[in-house]
Design a protein around this ligand. Structure first.
Ligand code: AMP
Length: 113
């Protein structure tokens, strides 16, 4: 998708601090971290949100979770972490390319705001 921020990161038109990458997924550090570890995990192929992804591709839907847990392992979050998929306007999604936040490195409160 031509005007998508995260597609531009995948295409390396916009730089990112990469954490992990394979053929289908990219993980990079959030530019405005909300925890000591805050990594975004995205499928390289464009899907607007988790609803579109889960309806469109079972393999990539499962792969996103697997990749996110690999990121948590690489980031040494053995004490615990959170995977968040903000979805839609009320869910607080600001970038319309599905992404999982991997957050950790501190005690995380619940419920979120
Ligand atoms: P969300 O609000 O769930 O859609 O999350 C979007 C996330 O993308 C936010 O946490 C932003 O800080 C992050 N973000 C926006 N632009 C960039 C960028 N160029 N590089 C890394 N993270 C970004």
């Amino acid at each position: 998708m031509t005007n998508c921020l995260f597609c531009k990161i995948v295409a390396e038109e916009i730089p990112s601090a990469k954490v992990l990458e394979n053929t289908d997924f990219l993980a990079f550090r959030d530019i405005d971290p909300k925890a000591p570890v805050h990594v975004l995990v995205i499928p390289k192929k464009h899907f607007e949100d988790i609803v579109e992804l889960s309806k469109g591709d079972n393999v990539l839907t499962a792969g996103l979770m697997k990749f996110a847990t690999e990121v948590a392992e690489i980031e040494k979050l053995e004490k615990g972490f959170r995977i968040v998929l903000n979805t839609g306007q009320e869910g607080g999604q600001s970038v319309q390319h599905v992404h999982a936040h991997v957050l950790g490195g501190r005690s995380l409160t619940w419920p979120p705001g």
